[in-house]
Design a binder for this molecule. Structure first.
Ligand code: SF4
Length: 269
């Protein structure tokens, strides 16, 4: 469980929209109130569950957000069980056989049974399960448009792009700066694909967190006085398949997993 050293650390987690849904006039005021203990981080409804879970603890010692997330997960599981998985499989880019829908999540097989139980070899945690359930419940069978857009240009992107930038793009850029093999490892480990150069980037790689929710990573090496840069793009249909909370969970969960992997790699003898 992490603690805040100052109000700025809280502020960095907020989307800076000053929407007032927390009852405070600005995000900065909310950050100050959280730091001084007058507000709880969970009172901002725009912070994704997995981030809240890192900082929030109820008096009983169990994360309040985890309880909420657990409830949401159980409800989604029921909704999945109500779905005809055989009927939605093709539209979701999956396969249905023997009472289970199998999807590829970051290149790995991830199966969900008719009753909503999960069968997979990959480590299961909320950042994967919530988006997968949401993807199945939505059951969208659209074709991808092939038009890449930054998250802020998705229909609800304005509410999320700052947080997404902080939790996904910035840390991923840091990893790419420090770890030159990153993109090759992504290709090997997560079935990512190099694609034709996009936006004049030095590296253009597409990952598939879900079969019909591809994520384009563009990385520009530092050059002369210019710093490196990294941006993520989604097909402009992405929000038909999952909500932005799920996209953010997938992105930040993936980055956290990479950080752990690289830390292990760096500390191996
Ligand atoms: S609800 Fe969240 S995003 Fe909106 S003003 Fe409060 S802290 Fe900022």
């Amino acid at each position: 469980m992490k603690n805040f050293n100052n109000a700025l650390e809280v502020f960095k987690l907020l989307n800076a929209s000053n929407c007032r849904e927390c009852g405070m006039p600005t995000c900065l005021a909310f950050a100050g109130a959280v730091y001084t203990g007058k507000k709880k981080l969970g009172e901002c409804p725009h912070i994704p569950p997995e981030i809240q879970a890192q900082y929030t603890e109820s008096p009983g010692g169990k994360s309040a957000m985890n309880e909420n997330t657990e409830k949401a997960l159980q409800q989604l599981k029921k909704n999945v069980a109500d779905r005809d998985l055989a009927a939605v499989a093709k539209g979701l880019g999956g396969v249905y056989a023997d009472g289970r829908l199998t999807l590829k999540v970051l290149g790995k097989k991830f199966s969900v049974t008719d009753s909503g139980d999960i069968i997979t070899d990959i480590h299961v945690n909320q950042w994967v399960v919530l988006p997968v359930y949401t993807y199945i419940v939505r059951g969208c069978n659209k074709e991808l448009s092939g038009r890449w857009v930054p998250l802020r240009e998705l229909p609800s992107g304005q509410d999320w792009f700052r947080l997404f930038g902080q939790r996904c793009e910035k840390p991923l850029k840091k990893i790419a700066d420090a770890y030159p093999d990153l993109f090759e490892d992504m290709v090997q480990m997560f079935d990512a694909k190099h694609v034709a150069r996009q936006y004049e980037a030095d590296v253009s790689v597409v990952l598939y967190p879900l079969p019909k929710v591809p994520m384009l990573i563009c990385y520009w090496h530092p050059e002369n006085e210019l710093e490196s840069d990294l941006n993520l793009f989604f097909d402009d249909t992405a929000e038909d398949f999952v909500d932005l909370n799920s996209l953010n969970a997938l992105g930040s969960g993936f980055v956290t997993m990479l950080e752990k992997f690289i830390l292990q790699h760096a500390t191996q003898p």
